[in-house]
Design a protein around this ligand. Structure first.
Ligand SMILES: [Mg+2]
Length: 210
């Protein structure tokens, strides 16, 4: 199952738990293009999708319609989603000395497609697909091992969740360079912000070797 932890076997080395959407694979930018193809526009008025996706008459779609759109996008993700610059090379380099686990917050029914897309990109690392809070999941993976652990995400709430449950975890915030993220909340220390994958890799390697 791609939705539980049982299939993940860690070695005696550091652990990196990494989000996928808008961290490894672009989400916001291709989702906007997907919307445009359907005559819809995402207005960067606040940090949420519901209320900001409008049709040609400027009417905002309701929550159910937005959920359906995200579903359709994930079904078609192989057509739309591409990796960020340096993400594949950085992850493969980090995975030489650490175990890497993808923790993707997409509905589990899309997990097989996501698995196939990551595999095609040479990112054949274990993946968990879950919409539950990320902190308890990272804690269950790490199990208080006396080894370094790091977590990368573009959502401040996920980083704070992991901080609450795994106090020693290095936390890397990597927001995509898209307009709607200008409304995103700022992370609290000890979360560190990375501009790109080169910086994220440097922060994680520094944590592993400190
Ligand atoms: Mg994400």
């Amino acid at each position: 199952m791609l939705t539980d932890l049982a299939h993940i076997k860690l070695a005696d080395r550091p652990l990196i738990v990494c989000d996928v959407d808008d961290v490894v694979l672009q989400f916001a930018t291709p989702f906007e293009a997907f919307l445009l193809e359907r005559g819809l526009t995402l207005l960067p008025r606040s940090f949420k999708l519901t209320g900001n996706i409008v049709d040609a008459t400027a009417r905002a779609l309701d929550a159910a319609a937005v959920k359906d759109l995200i579903h359709d996008f994930f079904v078609e993700q192989e057509r739309w989603q591409t990796p960020f610059a340096e993400s594949v090379d950085s992850l493969n380099a980090l995975a030489v000395e650490a175990d890497l686990v993808f923790l993707t917050a997409m509905p589990p029914r899309h997990a097989e497609i996501r698995r196939r897309l990551l595999d095609r990109l040479t990112l054949s690392y274990p993946m968990i697909s879950s919409e539950d809070p990320k902190g308890p999941i990272v804690a269950a993976l790490h199990e208080n091992r006396p080894l370094p652990v790091a977590f990368i995400d573009d959502m401040v709430s996920n980083l704070h969740s992991v901080h609450e449950h795994v106090a020693e975890c290095a936390l890397v915030y990597m927001p995509p360079d898209v307009a709607i993220f200008r409304h995103a909340p700022e992370p609290e220390p000890p979360v560190q912000k990375a501009q790109d994958w080169t910086e994220a890799r440097r922060l994680i390697e520094a944590h592993f070797h400190c």
